[in-house]
Ligand binder design. Structure first.
Ligand SMILES: Nc1ncnc2c1ncn2[C@@H]1O[C@H](COP(=O)(O)OP(=O)(O)OP(=O)(O)O)[C@@H](O)[C@H]1O
Length: 379
């Protein structure tokens, strides 16, 4: 079995101040190795008192893991833990935190071995905006893709990161079948519709998803945020995994977010799900930019008549009651689903259409809230 051979290879790695090898010392065990087909992700937990050279340790692990296992086509080694986290952000000196973000709470109470204070900003990226939802299926990814593509069409430099590594849908929503290239040890994002896009989906097969465990989700995402050659960006739109579990919470805490946008359907907003999303970001001190109501009204594709199936209108009031901004409403419309399925955001499929207009309003509001545009919309 491949896992046995990988563990044997890992047991060949020793590190300064670590007793025996890294397996014996408990830095890595079978549960830290994810194998998907021919792709392997190894997450190694470096203790806080480790005094050795982290980069050398990472390189040594990278060199050893694949020895005599030619079947491995992709290998991702992630150092986690108090110390290990220092190795990835080589490119991230103590830059100024995004201006909206308050300093990290001293004791945010986030569980997990790789808990650290909020990250330093990533050089070159002005704002990272998380798109989140309290639960799945509300159209979060569709909204993230449309928001990012619209910002790009408005002239901003935009990256889109699919953080939904459990079920990455962005390759499908943007009809991307290419695999990203590497430049040195950095991944070059795929360019599509004027955006730079990165997704775990580019590295895995749709049929056989990787089984991720909490801490690995976070470290994989951090690598995708920092080890990708994003260049200069005004916005990096981060499509979060749906829900508000520990992985999402840690992710929200460890990514230098300028703010979060919550996507909700009208019926969920009145319920607890959207509130959970809000609470999650508040708990880790990430500013909530506002709520986008998705599938707000139903527009009949035959007669064009709008029906408020879910009682549209309450969402805005609910948002205000919850003390957050209402960023706009996107109707439930067949065209949005059809163009998404065809891999085209609305702004590309019909740049002057009514749906593109809805997303433009939302995108401008987000940009304005982050000080990147004037918002002349009255509401
Ligand atoms: N405004 C809309 N009008 C019509 N269809 C929509 C709209 N928004 C999303 N959809 C459709 O709803 C489905 C779910 O959307 P999407 O995959 O974006 O949801 P999600 O919240 O990201 O789901 P997941 O929980 O899988 O991450 C898709 O088929 C999408 O095309």
């Amino acid at each position: 079995m491949m896992i046995t051979r990988i563990m044997a290879n890992l047991a060949k790695v020793t590190a300064e101040g670590v007793k025996g090898n890294i397996v014996e010392a408990g830095l890595v065990s079978e549960k830290d190795v994810a194998i998907n087909d021919h792709k392997v992700v190894v997450s190694v937990n470096v203790p806080g008192d480790f005094m050795g050279d982290l980069k050398a340790l990472k390189e040594e692990i990278e060199k050893r893991v694949g020895e005599n296992i030619p079947q491995i086509t992709n290998l991702l080694v992630v150092l986690t833990g108090e110390k290990g986290a220092d190795v990835a952000p080589e490119t991230a000196p103590a830059a100024e935190a995004p201006k909206l973000r308050k300093p990290a709470p001293k004791n945010p109470g986030v569980p997990g071995p790789d808990m650290r204070p909020a990250q330093a900003a990533i050089p070159g990226i002005k704002h990272i905006v998380a798109v989140a939802s309290g639960k799945g299926g509300v159209g979060k990814s569709t909204t993230a893709v449309n928001l990012a593509a619209t910002l790009a069409a408005l002239g901003f430099k935009v990256g889109l990161l699919d953080g939904d590594i459990y079920g990455p849908s962005i390759p499908r929503l943007l009809d991307i079948k290419d695999r990203p290239a590497m430049k040195g040890d950095r991944v070059i994002p795929i360019e599509k519709y004027g955006m730079k896009v990165m997704s775990m989906g580019f590295l895995q097969d749709e049929e056989s998803p990787v089984i991720w465990r909490g801490p690995m989700v976070v470290t994989a995402l951090m690598q995708m945020t920092r080890d990708v050659d994003w260049g200069e960006l005004d916005f990096l739109v981060l499509d979060m995994p749906p829900g508000t579990g520990d992985a999402q919470l840690t992710m929200a805490q460890q990514t230098p977010l300028s703010g979060a946008v919550i996507v909700s359907t009208p019926q969920d907003l009145a319920l607890v799900d959207a509130r959970k999303g809000l609470k999650m970001f508040k708990d880790v001190d990430v500013p909530i930019l506002g709520i986008i109501e998705n599938m707000s009204t139903f527009v009949c594709p035959h007669c064009g008549k709008e029906s408020e199936i879910f009682g549209h209108g309450g969402a805005e009031a609910d948002a205000h009651r919850l003390g957050v901004m209402f960023l706009g409403a996107i109707p439930l419309h067949m065209d949005i689903r059809v163009t998404s399925d065809a891999g085209k955001p609305c702004i590309i499929a019909d740049p002057n259409g009514v749906h593109a207009d809805h997303y433009k309003k939302v995108a401008l509001k987000v940009a304005a809230l982050l000080g990147m545009a004037e918002d002349d919309d009255e509401d």
